[in-house]
Design a protein around this ligand. Sequence first.
Ligand code: MN
Length: 228
Amino acid sequence: MVDYVIAQPPQAAVPVAGGGLFPVRRIYCVGRNYAEHAREMGHDPNAEPPFFFAKPADAVVTDGADVPYPPRTENFHHEIELVAAIGAGGKDIAVADAMSHVWGYAVGIDLTRRDLQAWAKKGGKPWEVSKGFDHSAPIGTIVRAEGITTPLKGAIELRVNGETRQSADISDMTWDLPHVIAELSKYFELFPGDLIMTGTPAGVGAVVKGDRLEGSIAGIGTVECRIV
Ligand code: MN
C-alpha cells in the first residue's frame, strides 16, 4: 500500500470493444496533419511539417457521455480524428516498426476553444487553455489493432445533429500514422497507455449547447457525444 497523502486521482481509461478498459497515460495530438484543414485555418500546408501538442489524460470523455459547454469561449469547435492507442513503448521508433507499437484504434474528437487558440497564436502564448481543458477529448470504443485490416485508409466523417460537417479519408493525412509515431517518438519516449490523436480534416466548425456530435471512421468505429 503506497502512502499517498491525499486520495489517489482516478485512472483515466477508455472502454475496449469486447470488454476491458485501456488505461490512458498521455494524449498526444498532431496539428495541421491534413492539407485542406491547414488551408482553412489560413496556413500554407507546404510551409512547415505537422507538429505536436497534448491534452491531459483526464480530458477523456468516454463514448456517449455528455460534454459540458466549456467556460471562456464563444467559438467551441469539433475536430474529428483517428486515435491510435499505444501498447508498446519506445523512443526513436523506426517508421517500418511503428505499427507494431499500436495496440488499437478509436475515433476521437479534439474539442477546441478556437477563440482562445487564435488568441494564443496571435500572442505567442501556450495552447493549453485552447486544447487541454476539461472534457476536451471524447473518444469512442477502442478496437484491437489485430482486427483492423486497413488502419491507414477509410472514410472519416463528423455529423452535427445529423448534418455532415467533416468528410475526408484518413489516407489524406500529411504524415501517415507510422510517420506520426516515428516523429513523435523523437520528442517523447512513448509508453503503453499513450493515445495519439492524429489530426483533423477540413470542415471544423462551432457547436453549441444541445448539439449532438457523431463521428465515424470506416473500418474503425464511431464516437458520440452531446454538448450540454
Ligand atoms: Mn486536432
